[in-house]
Design a protein around this ligand. Structure first.
Ligand code: ATP
Ligand code: LTN
Length: 328
């Protein structure tokens, strides 16, 4: 069975973008692949997080993973900090990464371009830790949203560099970007990604949003003045985004939805999108509340850590030996 690994960074509540672009796919993949998913809590603290809020987000993320259908019998689910090897290999990877490579990372460049100040060194070297997260487990595939593809490509470069410099150690991981829903856009500004770290939350649907609130956000989503329901991502990005959301959640082709609503008003289409989204939220939330009020999370995380440690320990021992860090 091929192995697949991914991580999620719950610095805020999980969004519909995370669900469509990542989580939902993990659930589909768990039957076909040996699935490893972890909560990237070290990645969360590249900027300051209020500790109680962070704790709650971490716990919620695990509960939501399970509520969305990830099955601990099939997938290994764990917290990054429960496996110390991540930080250790992350440092070794940082020593193998050129500054020029980090300077080319779009996510970092965007933050600088936006004028974000007080960016931390951890934020800058984040792709090195991400490379370690991946390489520790030698996965065949890494399912990510479109914005993370560049980081997986750097991971491949680092794996290649390590293999050449020492000897064959790492498998080349392939990024896997889902075709539909790889980049869900903000509802109030369809030129921007739907993101939990954006200020103001009119554009973002959270998986724990009350369905009424979610419906309101969809009904007031920014569209255009063209007034025709069709697929024109360039000129009607808001409309395209809404159709993409409905398509991803209902497993219908976007063209099929357009056909149904051809000649009708945007309001009618929005109502359909809201119905699809709210039904999905209700399904997820009813399971979430069951899980969050039980001791399932602690158990899942403890079991997951043991399984992950076993693999990570082996890889890191090999790496340290090859690099010459061990004296035995
Ligand atoms: P931020 O919102 O702070 O930019 P993020 O949501 O991108 O962070 P993660 O929570 O780590 O960061 O993302 C988890 C996964 O969800 C990643 O694979 C990411 O690409 C995907 N993802 C995030 N937002 C979207 C989106 N709007 N559309 C599709 N996929 C997304
Ligand atoms: N950087 C990713 C989260 C992440 C990840 C990983 C994803 C951290 N380590 C390893 C895949 C594999 C993000 O911000 N979405």
């Amino acid at each position: 069975m091929k192995r697949m690994l991914s991580g999620i960074k719950p610095t805020g509540q999980l969004t519909l973008g995370n669900y469509i672009g990542a989580l939902r796919n993990f659930v589909n993949y768990q039957d076909e692949y040996e699935m490893i998913v972890f909560i990237a809590n070290l990645h969360c603290i590249t900027n300051y997080q209020d500790p109680p809020a962070l704790r709650k987000n971490l716990k919620d993320a695990i509960a939501l993973y399970l509520a969305c259908g990830l099955d601990p019998e099939k997938a290994t689910i764990f917290l990054q900090t429960d496996v110390h090897e991540h930080a250790e290999l992350g440092y070794i990877m940082a020593c193998m990464t050129y500054l020029g490579e980090l300077n080319r990372m779009t996510q970092f460049k965007d933050k600088v371009a936006k004028g974000e100040t007080n960016l931390s060194a951890g934020m800058y070297t984040y792709p090195c830790l991400m490379a370690a997260d991946i390489l520790l487990y030698n996965p065949d595939y890494v399912p990510v949203g479109d914005d993370q593809k560049q980081h997986v490509e750097l991971t491949r470069d680092l794996a290649h560099r390590f293999n050449n410099l020492y000897s064959e150690t790492f498998k080349m991981p392939e990024p896997l970007v889902a075709k539909v829903g790889a980049r869900i856009m903000s509802l109030d500004d369809p030129s921007k990604k739907m993101s939990k770290s954006d200020r103001g939350d009119k554009g973002c649907i959270y998986l724990l949003d009350d369905p009424k609130t979610a419906r309101k956000k969809i009904m007031s989503a920014v569209t255009d003045s063209v007034g025709i329901i069709q697929l024109d991502q360039k000129n009607q990005p808001g409309l395209y985004n809404l159709i993409e959301i409905a398509s991803a959640l209902s497993n219908r082709d976007m063209e099929d939805i357009v056909k149904e609503f051809k000649g009708k008003g945007y309001g009618e289409l929005k109502k359909y999108v809201a119905d699809v989204v709210c039904a999905e939220l209700e399904r997820i939330q009813s399971r979430y509340y069951e899980i969050i009020n039980s001791d399932t999370i602690e158990k899942v995380i403890a079991d997951g850590a043991i399984k992950a440690q076993r693999i990570a320990y082996k890889t890191l021992s090999k790496v340290k030996r090859k690099v010459g860090l061990e004296i035995r």
